[in-house]
Design a protein. Structure first.
Length: 134
């Protein structure tokens, strides 16, 4: 499998995560008859935050994954997988954790894995960019 094909799998899964979370918000609006904002429904507010949080973190991660895939041979294949897996699993855990409401292991592990992916992506891209100059 080529590097861009691997990145495409992670990108596709994360886009589907955003879709599922967005559909949950749309269905929640219908169910709770909330046209704008979050209303006063705590369950719906959690669904909105889960989608918004994913929308805040996923796009930059996907851009980074695509760039890592393009930076062959400067970035190793393990970096692409480690970044993609930590972003994807982190976003799933965080979304599930947010739906329970309280601060829990899902939320903590989810954001920790997401930040790990950002660290791997950021450091990997800086390394790749500098190694091309040397």
């Amino acid at each position: 499998m080529l590097r861009l094909e691997i990145a495409a799998i992670y990108v596709g899964v994360n886009i589907l995560i955003l879709l599922v979370l967005g559909v949950m918000v749309a269905l929640g609006r219908q169910r709770h008859k909330i046209v704008l904002g979050e209303g006063e429904n705590r369950d719906f507010a959690r669904a909105v935050r889960a989608h918004a949080n994913a929308a805040e973190y996923i796009p930059a991660g996907l851009i980074g994954l695509a760039l890592i895939a393009l930076m062959e041979p400067a970035t190793p294949l393990w970096l692409l997988h480690a970044s993609g897996l930590s972003l994807t699993i982190g976003r799933i855990l965080h979304a599930v954790g947010l739906h329970t409401g309280a601060l829990n292991i899902g939320r903590v592990a989810g954001i920790s894995l997401t930040w790990l992916s950002y660290l791997l992506i950021g450091a990997g891209l800086i390394y790749a960019g500098l190694s091309q100059q040397l």
